[in-house]
Design a protein around this ligand. Structure first.
Ligand code: ZN
Length: 238
């Protein structure tokens, strides 16, 4: 059966982090695991184990609170699927991606993450904190999608909010470690936020996006501007 699916942006070390880059007609199986409603948030989770489900609900709640602090709220139920040996429709192993057509976020199960991130800056982070952040990354994509007034015209615009709030979700010590490992960054305010940086090194992009967000007087305004695709800080033609 041919369906519309999302395509991942950031491919690295055989793994993938989601991105709504393009829509292709590819064969994609529908999810089969039973959905369970999270206790405190309007999120349904299908997961291979109760532990995965509890972790997903907790991380989703955290992600929704970060979005709410920026004035961006859930508009309808969110659907998360935690999957064994998750593969992107391109065939590559994936950490997660958002399927816009079916409005569901797919995330690799906890046990699979360690091997997927080997050789990347994620590998130095505590696995549980990293895993929560990966779920939050996809939750942000899903909620931004629900609130979009104009479709993002660049991959960088699509990924900026997901990486910003993913990195923001880390405890301070974990975030510092990630920024030191991945950042290779400048403290100048003219950060380069562009598709080319994202595609060349998603970790550098993530670090720059977070630092750009934090350096702003009101970083939340950037996320709201992205919903209307009016964010001036995205370099459209690098
Ligand atoms: Zn993403």
């Amino acid at each position: 059966m041919l369906k519309q699916v999302t395509v991942c942006a950031a491919l690295f070390a055989g793994a993938a982090i989601c991105s709504l880059l393009a829509q292709l007609a590819l064969s994609w199986p529908a999810g089969t695991a039973a959905q369970h409603r999270c206790a405190e948030v309007a999120v349904d989770v299908a997961a291979p184990s109760p532990r995965d489900r509890a972790l997903a609900c907790s991380a989703a709640k955290h992600g929704l609170s970060l979005l709410k602090s920026c004035g961006i709220s859930l508009r309808r139920h969110l659907h998360l699927e935690i999957m064994k040996e998750l593969r992107h429709p391109t065939g590559l192993p994936a950490l997660g991606f958002f399927d816009a057509k079916h409005e569901r976020a797919l995330i690799a199960q906890f046990e699979d993450v360690s091997s997927l991130v080997q050789g990347t800056p994620y590998a130095v982070l505590p696995l549980r904190e990293l895993y929560r952040s990966l779920i939050i990354h996809e939750v942000v994509h899903a909620v931004m999608h629900q609130n979009l007034r104009r479709k993002a015209l660049s991959h960088a615009a699509y990924e900026y909010p997901a990486y910003v709030l993913q990195i923001a979700s880390f405890p301070a010590t974990v975030r510092d470690r990630f920024l030191q490992t991945a950042g290779r960054s400048t403290h100048h305010t003219d950060f380069l936020i562009s598709d080319s940086v994202l595609l060349m090194d998603p970790f550098v992009f993530a670090a720059r996006a977070y630092q750009h967000f934090r350096a702003s007087a009101n970083g939340s305004d950037h996320l709201v501007a992205l919903l209307e695709d009016t964010a001036a800080f995205i370099l459209r033609h690098p």
